[in-house]
Design a protein around this ligand. Structure first.
Ligand code: HPA
Ligand code: ZN
Length: 332
């Protein structure tokens, strides 16, 4: 089953590019950029990767991202991620990046965007991986700051699929960003949001009703509300589920209790993804494998989830058909 999981053609729809920054690269970039780290070696840093909740993780994630300064750093980060997912037969990826994580430190939007974008273009040409970019607003900051991001993104608008919402969920409901999402949608961006990871089902309603999202990132707590669960299934709103993230952030007590079986039972459209692979112990294939091992995810379920990942992507129609054909011939 391991080979099957690694080789089945699939798409990744929930990955924070800053969350693919491996400990080894944190050290090499710190050296290149002459930055002092709090940790003396990779092992010591890895030992700190124990989290009791989302915030404890975010504190380390923002610290790690501080070694990214130059366009080349963002290029190298993105290229390393693409090489990794090539080994897991990811055909298409939709990556999040957090502009404010960098602009707040004095790194310009242009530097960040150009590094990521050039790496994705090269990844398309050299590795055959198609991609899209979603820029996320940090929800612990205010809406005014999100509006500033939208303004900075203006020259790159045609190269960005949508806006997303990430960072500390509790206390920062989606409606806090209602106006900036409205303006973003008016400008042609699609809308995405993390909702129901640590926050309640009400936040998922809020993201659907007020931000008009095209997909739900995580969405686990939707299951606490039957009406909402039914609505999500009926409206074919896909969920980007991230099991190893849920385990590491204690969103679920144990992978054996992961809500994936209930989600499938409720006919929700499920995709599996890595979230922050360098911090949570695995890339996309490890997430599929973890679910196979802990909740007996069957071969048929794996095929459906891989197909969902392609169907729920925003690759254009021709590319989707190409990927679905590749999936069909893999299954023959
Ligand atoms: N949740 C919310 N914000 C994030 C995450 C996450 O898992 N990863 C990076 N930013
Ligand atoms: Zn996420």
């Amino acid at each position: 089953m391991k080979d099957f999981i690694w080789n089945i053609p699939k798409a990744e729809l929930h990955i924070h590019i800053e969350g693919s920054l491996e400990p080894g690269m944190i050290f090499s970039l710190a050296e290149r950029n002459k930055i002092n780290l709090k940790y003396s070696n990779v092992d010591q840093l890895k030992k700190a990767y124990q989290f009791n909740n989302l915030q404890e993780f975010l504190d380390l994630y923002y610290q790690g991202a501080a070694v990214l300064l130059e366009e080349e750093d963002f290029y190298d980060l993105t290229t390393a991620y693409l090489k990794k997912i090539k080994e897991q037969n990811v055909l298409h990826t939709e990556i999040f990046f957090d502009p404010q994580t960098h602009t707040e430190r004095g790194v310009s939007f242009n530097t960040v965007f150009n590094g990521i974008y050039k790496a994705l273009k090269d990844g398309q040409n050299n590795l055959g991986i198609s991609s899209e970019i979603i820029m996320c607003f940090l929800r612990h900051l205010d809406e005014k700051s999100a509006f500033e991001v939208l303004l900075e993104a203006e020259p790159y608008k045609d190269k960005i699929l949508g806006v997303g919402l990430d960072s500390s969920e509790l206390g920062h409901p989606p409606s806090k960003f209602k106006n900036v999402f409205k303006e973003a949608r008016k400008q042609g961006y699609l809308a995405f949001a993390h909702a129901g990871e640590e926050g309640p089902a009400e936040y998922v309603w809020d993201a659907i009703d007020n931000l008009k999202i095209s997909r739900i990132d995580h969405g686990n707590n939707s299951l606490n509300d039957k009406t909402l669960t039914k609505k999500i299934a009926r409206e074919n709103l896909a969920l980007t589920v991230c099991p190893l993230s849920n385990q590491k952030l204690k969103v679920v007590p144990d992978l054996k209790n992961h809500p994936l079986p209930q989600m499938l039972e409720a006919d929700m459209i499920i995709t599996l993804n890595s979230d922050d692979p360098a911090y949570f112990g695995g890339y996309i294939a490890e997430n599929y494998l973890a679910m196979h091992e802990s909740v007996n995810l069957s071969k048929a379920d794996i095929i459906n989830i891989a197909r969902n990942s392609i169907d729920s992507s925003f690759a254009d129609k021709a590319r989707k058909n190409e990927m679905l054909t590749e999936l069909t011939s893999f299954l023959k």
